[in-house]
Design a protein around this ligand. Structure first.
Ligand SMILES: [Zn+2]
Ligand SMILES: [Zn+2]
Length: 365
């Protein structure tokens, strides 16, 4: 039996979202239908629009209550609360080895616009539209998602704190803890103090990195970075950040993490490294364009430039750890969150683009 839901439908790249009735398909055996309570907004909801055929339903940080389960689903039942994370296929070699964050079918799973078998979950006015964004499309009152990319939550946390764990917060914390594996006592420089960068700083404090240096051009965000664990902050709009970093770390930084997507920041994140330093990057300047950096800076330091996908996290174990850290008061990511009513999605998007809000979360009820 199909289900009618309300979704924020995007009809043109960069345009406004329109709340419209959609119809969700019947569930396949391994799928569940979730009533979305909250959905975070992430910059990928803006940056990825150009990859999708319109109209489309975006949203990839959903959390909510299970309403219905497919016949093959045994680990959740209606009434359970779940966080929905990224899509993966569960049958490629990387998924088999327990690394779904580098699934061979990651692009198709998350940006393909359909289920992995090519079928559509969502119709608008009787026509199939692009959905299954990150196998969820959670800018909607209800979604269909494979159960494998959901995490059942036992803890009593409000939905606006559950939703953003599935992508941005996990990516920032995971970059430090899983991808770069920053050890205690080593230096880390984080470029960009948005949701990903600030999550990296909180994680760096937990693992005992030192110093933890935040670089941004926004004084308010730098103050928050300091509040969350940065030992030093640098305003790249006012001083030469590499020179400043070298004053703090005379041998160069052991680790850097570029989260801003600003061209000069990626250059600085490479230039500030010491010998055998490692730079993680979670976004890129100018999608698709050739990049004018000098590979010599990597070679001459035997440095590593590492792309970071989903913080190398296995959500089913890692999200529980983050929630534990939050409940212990060691990962206060609630300070990043601002809630909006679902109907105010366009205002939330505008404030996301302008940088006025760090982690906007839509509340569906
Ligand atoms: Zn896979
Ligand atoms: Zn995201």
């Amino acid at each position: 039996m199909t289900t009618t839901a309300t979704a924020a439908v995007l009809h043109e790249v960069g345009g406004d979202f329109k709340l419209q009735d959609i119809v969700l398909d019947d569930l396949q055996a391994d799928e569940i239908r979730v009533r979305i309570e909250a959905c975070g907004i992430c910059h990928t909801d803006i940056g990825a629009q150009g990859l999708l055929a319109m109209p489309a339903v975006l949203g990839h940080e959903g959390a909510g209550i299970v309403e219905e389960v497919g016949i093959g689903v045994t680990n959740v039942v209606p009434g359970d609360r779940v966080i929905i994370s990224f899509g993966f296929c569960n049958h490629c070699p990387n998924c088999f080895e327990g690394r779904p964050y580098v699934c061979d079918n990651s692009v198709q799973s998350n940006f393909g616009g359909t289920r992995l078998d090519g079928s559509n979950t969502t119709t608008l006015d009787g026509k199939a539209i692009t959905a299954s964004f990150f196998q969820q499309s959670s800018f909607a009152s209800q979604v269909i998602t494979p159960v494998r990319n959901t995490v059942k939550v036992e803890q009593d946390l409000p939905p606006e704190l559950l939703a953003p764990l599935g992508c941005g917060i996990m990516t920032g914390a995971g970059a430090v803890m899983n991808t770069l594996k920053v050890p205690a006592g080593e230096s880390l420089v984080v470029f960009g103090s948005g949701a990903v960068g600030l999550s990296a700083i909180m994680a760096a404090k937990i693992v005992g990195a030192n110093p933890i240096i935040a670089v941004d051009v926004n004084e308010q965000r730098l103050a928050l970075a300091q509040d969350l664990g940065a030992t030093h902050v640098i305003n790249a709009g006012k001083v030469n950040s590499v020179e400043k970093i070298m004053e703090i770390c005379p041998r160069g930084a052991a680790f850097s993490f570029e989260t801003s997507g600003v061209e000069s920041a990626l250059n600085d994140a490479i230039d500030c490294l010491g010998m055998a330093g490692q730079c993680g990057m979670v976004t890129v300047p100018n999608y698709g364009e050739k990049y004018p950096f000098t590979p010599f800076g990597i070679f001459v330091k035997a440095a590593t430039l590492q792309g970071v996908f989903f913080g190398s996290a296995v959500p089913n174990t890692f999200l529980g750890q983050i929630i534990d850290f939050y409940q212990q008061g060691r990962f206060p990511y609630d300070k990043l969150v601002k809630t909006y009513s679902f109907k105010d999605i366009n205002r939330a998007m505008t404030e996301t683009k302008s940088g006025d809000v760090i982690k906007p979360v839509l509340l569906m009820d």
